[in-house]
Design a protein around this ligand. Structure first.
Ligand SMILES: [Zn+2]
Ligand SMILES: [Zn+2]
Length: 291
C-alpha cells in the first residue's frame, strides 16, 4: 500500500521569522518506518512548490489580485513565513533516499494559478519527478484552506465560494498538467457546506479529469479537520469511479508521525466507491497496483 502525499516539514506561523528548514539525518527513514507500521511500504513525497525560495519569482505576488485587502495581507504574511525551503535541496534529499534503496518517490505539490502555471512547469522541468499533484489553496488572494480567514465564507457566501473554488479545480483538471488532483473538495475543510452537494460542479471536474487522464487522491486530511470526512466525499468519489478516473492514497502528513495517517479509512472509502486498484509512479509513468 502507499501514501502519495507527504511533506517533510510542518508549516510555519505567520508573522514569525523562520530560519531555512533543515533535513535532519534519518528524517526520511522515520517516515518510512512509521508508514511501514501501518502496512504502507511505498511513499511519495510532495513538497509545496510555493514554500521553495526558487519559486518566488515565478509565482510572483499572486495575493495582489482583486479581493478583500485583508486576504492579500494574510496570504503575503503566510507565504513569507512559510517560504523556508529550497527546491534543489528537497530534490537532493529525496533522490539520495531513493538511490539508497528506500521505497520513496519524488513528487511535488503545485498550486494552480492560471496566470503562472506554464512558467511553473518550465521552472520544474529540469528535475526527475516521479509524479506531480495539483492543488487549489488560493482563490485570488484568499487562502480557502486557512483557519485564519474562514470569515470569507460568510462574506462571499458558501455557494459562491464553492463555485469559485471548483471553477479553478475544473481548470486544473482540464489543463492535464499534473498526475493527481489533491484534496479535491478541500473547500469543506472547516465545515462550510452548501445545502446540497453541488453535483453539477463535481461532474465538471470529473469530466475534465477523465478527459485528461488525471487521477484523484483519496485523502485522510479531511478527517483531521472539522470536515470530518475523507476527500473526496463518498458521492464525489463514486462519480470519479464511475467515470474511470484512477486514484492514489494520501495522508497529506507533514511529520513522520502523520505518515500513512488514516490509511485504513482512505482504503475503506476507496473500496466503498468500487475501487480495486490504485496508482504508483516512476518518472511520470504510472503503474496500477491492487488496493
Ligand atoms: Zn495541499
Ligand atoms: Zn499537501
Amino acid at each position: 500500500m502507499s501514501d502519495h502525499h507527504l511533506h517533510l516539514h510542518p508549516h510555519n506561523d505567520s508573522g514569525v521569522a523562520h530560519p531555512q528548514a533543515e533535513y535532519r539525518p534519518g528524517l526520511i527513514e522515520e517516515y518510512v518506518e512509521h508508514a511501514a507500521a501501518a502496512g504502507v511500504t511505498e511513499l511519495g513525497f510532495t513538497e509545496h512548490l510555493y514554500r521553495c525560495a526558487e519559486a518566488a519569482e515565478t509565482l510572483g505576488r499572486f495575493w495582489d489580485g482583486p479581493g478583500h485587502p485583508e486576504l492579500s495581507a494574510h496570504t503575503e504574511a503566510f507565504v513569507e513565513a512559510d517560504r523556508t525551503l529550497s527546491l534543489e535541496r528537497y530534490v537532493d534529499v529525496v533522490l539520495a533516499a531513493k538511490d539508497g534503496g528506500l521505497p520513496v518517490q519524488l513528487g511535488l505539490e503545485i498550486d494552480f494559478f492560471p496566470e503562472s502555471i506554464d512558467a511553473v512547469l518550465d521552472l520544474i522541468e529540469p528535475y526527475p519527478w516521479d509524479f506531480l499533484i495539483g492543488s487549489v489553496h488560493w482563490i485570488g488572494p484568499w487562502a480557502i484552506d486557512s483557519s485564519d480567514v474562514t470569515w470569507e465564507f460568510d462574506r462571499r457566501g458558501i455557494d459562491q465560494a464553492w463555485s469559485d473554488y471548483f471553477e479553478l479545480v475544473e481548470a486544473l483538471a482540464g489543463s492535464g498538467t499534473v498526475d493527481v488532483l489533491a484534496h479535491v473538495d478541500v473547500c469543506k475543510k472547516y465545515g462550510h457546506r452548501p445545502d446540497a452537494e453541488p453535483i453539477d460542479m463535481y461532474a465538471a471536474v470529473v469530466e475534465a479529469a477523465a478527459l485528461t487522464g488525471t487521477a484523484v487522491e483519496v485523502s485522510s486530511q479531511g478527517l483531521r479537520n472539522p470536515a470530518d470526512e475523507v476527500y473526496p466525499s463518498p458521492r464525489f468519489l463514486q462519480m470519479f469511479h464511475d467515470a474511470g478516473v484512477p486514484i492514489t492514497l494520501a495522508s497529506d502528513g507533514h511529520t513522520p508521525a502523520q505518515a500513512a495517517w488514516g490509511h485504513e479509512e482512505v482504503v475503506a472509502a476507496a473500496r466503498a466507491a468500487g475501487y480495486v486498484s490504485r496508482l504508483s509512479f516512476d518518472r511520470r509513468s504510472r503503474t496500477v497496483a491492487p488496493l
